[in-house]
Design a protein around this ligand. Sequence first.
Ligand code: ZN
Length: 196
Amino acid sequence: MDSLTPEQVFETLMQGNQRFSEGSCLHPNTSKERLAEVSKIQRPMAAVLGCADSRVPVEFLFDTGLGDLFVVRSAGNTPTVSSVASLEYAVQFLDVGLIIVLGHDQCGAVSAALDFDLVLTPSLEELIGGIRLNLSRHNPFPPLHSACRHNVVISSQRIVQRSVLLTDKVRAGKLVVKPLFYDISTGIIETLTDKD
Ligand SMILES: [Zn+2]
């Protein structure tokens, strides 16, 4: 996999998602041989910042196996310090050239960000505050579906803005960051743009 370009990796993952959404997964790289292979070294083809939602199991959605993806998950796919640090590790030490930020519809964390009557713990306040910051270009906040999509796009921009390493890699053409959106009812993943 290490000879693939970020675009080729992206195509591989989207083909995997097509198999997943059609119910025809191949479950690659799940054998005992693969287990033995990756016990020596990991060379993931991409890193993913996804949501912690139980309906968004990243490896399943792309029909991938052991050692294929370096996955970071936090509620609302938020660019927390630990999320950004984990992604930096993947880029600096595992030579990952593609980061995917994967959001989804009906996200509970984004829904919480839209509800100012909720009583939150200090930790949740910090996390939800990050999502509100992502949505702050909109006044008033958009409805949930639009907010979920917008949150992904802004998160994908903020992980780069928050990291000198990631900024340098993107500018040097050695890192691609893509915002993607998962439909929890169809299983289909689509690419988002700056307009979302
Ligand atoms: Zn979510």
